[in-house]
Design a protein around this ligand. Structure first.
Ligand SMILES: CC(C)(COP(=O)(O)OP(=O)(O)OC[C@H]1O[C@@H](n2cnc3c(N)ncnc32)[C@H](O)[C@@H]1OP(=O)(O)O)[C@@H](O)C(=O)NCCC(=O)NCCS
Length: 202
């Protein structure tokens, strides 16, 4: 039997056919986090707890702590975003939490951004941080602060500077993890809160 090139996919036995083209493997959507995302988010964060000094946590976070954080951010109306694959797997997240508990700090938040293994270095961090900044402006926050480890967090420092954060200070030796002293770098970005809509009602 003879096959024309164009007939191959239709007639050749499956094991002799050319492989189908790979689907674009880095397709994602950025959306608001939902409770069902929390196990993936916890796994991403705990990877950095166990393997890096980009977070100063030393014990893996619990499901309960993530449920409580999600509830607290929802109650306060603070942005919590995820990047998900078409099959809804979380490959990265970004959130803000209150910078400090005293009420006069209410327009200032601290951000956090973490990508899953294999998701870094492809522009996702930039896209997530940009989306987070926009979401913060929509809820009328005025300042974001990033507290970044002074060791092993070069990508994060670069990412934040590129997004318009400026360094406002450093503290040395305030952390101790994996048997070594660690410092913190503080970066801050002033936002342009979206003005409240003027009511058309009289
Ligand atoms: C920080 C992080 C979110 C960045 O996300 P990312 O998708 O890798 O970032 P992007 O691909 O959008 O790249 C952002 C910029 O950082 C640069 N960059 C990436 N890795 C870098 C590295 N190791 N050193 C220096 N710059 C780096 C990129 O070149 C890019 O700059 P450019 O646009 O000028 O070329 C990601 O690396 C991550 O999850 N890191 C571990 C967790 C972490 O440190 N979180 C922050 C805690 S505060």
């Amino acid at each position: 039997m003879q096959f024309e090139p164009g007939d191959q996919r239709r007639r050749l036995p499956r094991h002799l056919r050319e492989p189908a083209p790979e689907p674009d493997s880095f397709v994602y959507t950025i959306r608001t986090a939902q409770p069902r995302d929390l196990p993936d988010i916890r796994a991403i964060y705990n990877h950095y707890v166990t393997n890096s000094v980009v977070t100063f946590d030393e014990k893996n976070s619990t499901h309960r702590s993530w449920r409580e954080k999600f509830a607290m951010l929802s109650r306060l109306g603070l942005p919590f975003l995820v990047a998900v694959t078409p099959s809804n797997q979380v490959i990265g997240y970004a959130l803000v939490q209150p910078w400090a508990s005293k009420s006069a700090f209410r327009y200032t938040a601290e951000n956090s951004i973490y990508l899953g293994p294999g998701a870094g270095g492809k522009g996702l961090g930039t896209a997530l941080l940009d989306a987070l900044i926009t979401a913060c402006e929509q809820v009328r926050l005025r300042e974001i602060v990033a507290v970044i480890s002074d060791s092993g967090a070069e990508a994060s420092l670069h990412l934040h500077r590129k997004a318009g954060f400026r360094e406002v200070g450093r503290m040395g030796g305030v952390g101790f993890k994996f048997g070594r002293s660690l410092g913190t770098v503080y970066l801050q970005k002033s936002l342009t809160p979206v003005p409240r809509r003027r009511s058309t009602r009289r």
